[in-house]
Design a protein around this ligand. Structure first.
Ligand code: ATR
Length: 294
């Protein structure tokens, strides 16, 4: 039975989780979670599941019927999944998206969650970046990532200014967050206003997709505008690990943080929701770092 040595050990007890999206082939999550399961000695497996938009409802029903324990949700299903859940956490309502589903083993009920906001806040804390009422932040972008990040910052009482290519989306996001939270101070500005609003900024977050592989020569921060000396720069992009936006910051003598930490924390949060075990955070981060290389 030597040939069985090369087969990952799967038996009648194996528990299944995965990621649904289209595409899913580039996802780092299968390696991150499977390494974590192996490390913890858990008989669980995480599989990529390509699901077309018109098949989302059928796929979710099927996952529950097949006794999957949960899934991560990625593009393009994060918003559409909300109405297919049996229950959602408050974070889902705030972020306007589901990125993790827990499936109840007995009833098959689908519980929608969002770990992006807590993942972002946990990663800031791990870098000793403190957010409080005096903190001044520029968030570049006004899409799904900006919404989760903006919610986390607003909840922490920060003063947040959104700058987006399409200003109407930034205005809508500000209105939404104002209606959701009484803490924080919110505003929006145009890219041309960056020099004027940069004074005293503590944190600049890239929540756009500008600079993501393969467009590694792009940056959301115009090259001709100096970055404020007081700021720490945070890029939610993790592919490449070292974005042009981060390089600009380092050239200006600023600290720059990439998106691997946020990716790891949101993955770790999902691991914990599914298995009820403390996630092996450091090794999950190492798997991502190794896979992404330099
Ligand atoms: P996500 O859920 O990852 O945030 P999204 O909702 O599509 O994805 O949002 C992508 C963000 O990146 C938006 O803020 C988008 O700006 P627009 O609202 O103007 O579309 C921003 N973005 C994407 N490509 C961009 C580009 N080439 N230049 C500037 N901003 C860009």
């Amino acid at each position: 039975m030597d040939f069985l040595k090369n087969v990952g050990y799967i038996d009648g007890q194996t528990q299944l989780v995965g990621i649904i999206g289209s595409p899913v082939a580039h996802s780092l999550s299968p390696e991150m979670h499977n390494a974590a399961f192996a490390h913890m000695g858990l008989n669980w497996r995480y599989v990529p599941l390509l699901v077309r938009p018109d098949q989302l409802a059928a796929a979710l029903k099927g996952l529950a019927a097949l006794n999957f324990r949960g899934v991560n949700v990625t593009v393009p299903h994060k918003v559409a999944a909300i109405q297919l859940m049996d229950s959602v956490t408050e974070a889902v309502m705030v972020a306007g998206a589901v990125n993790t589903i827990r499936i109840d083993g007995g009833s098959g009920r689908l519980e929608g969650m969002n770990t992006d906001m807590t993942g972002f806040l946990a990663d800031l804390a791990s870098h000793k970046i403190r957010i409080n009422e005096g903190t001044r932040v520029i968030v570049l972008g006004a899409g799904g990532a900006a919404r989760a990040i903006g919610a986390g910052l607003t909840r922490s009482g920060a003063n947040v200014i959104f700058v987006n290519r399409t200003p109407e989306r930034a205005a809508q996001l500000v209105e939404f967050l104002k209606a959701s939270w009484s803490t924080g101070t919110l505003g929006m500005a145009h890219i041309a206003d960056l020099p004027a609003i940069s004074e005293g900024i503590n944190l600049i977050v890239n929540a756009t997709s500008v600079g993501v592989w393969p467009n590694v020569d792009e940056t959301p921060w115009p090259e001709n505008i100096p970055m404020p000396k007081s700021a720490i720069v945070y890029d939610t992009i993790y592919r490449p690990r070292h974005t042009l936006f981060m390089k600009q910051a380092e050239k200006a003598g600023l600290m720059a943080v990439g998106g691997i930490g946020m990716l790891t924390y949101q993955g770790a949060a999902a691991f914990e929701m599914w298995t009820r075990q403390k996630p092996p955070l450091e090794m999950m981060r190492m798997v991502c770092e190794q896979r992404l290389g330099d």
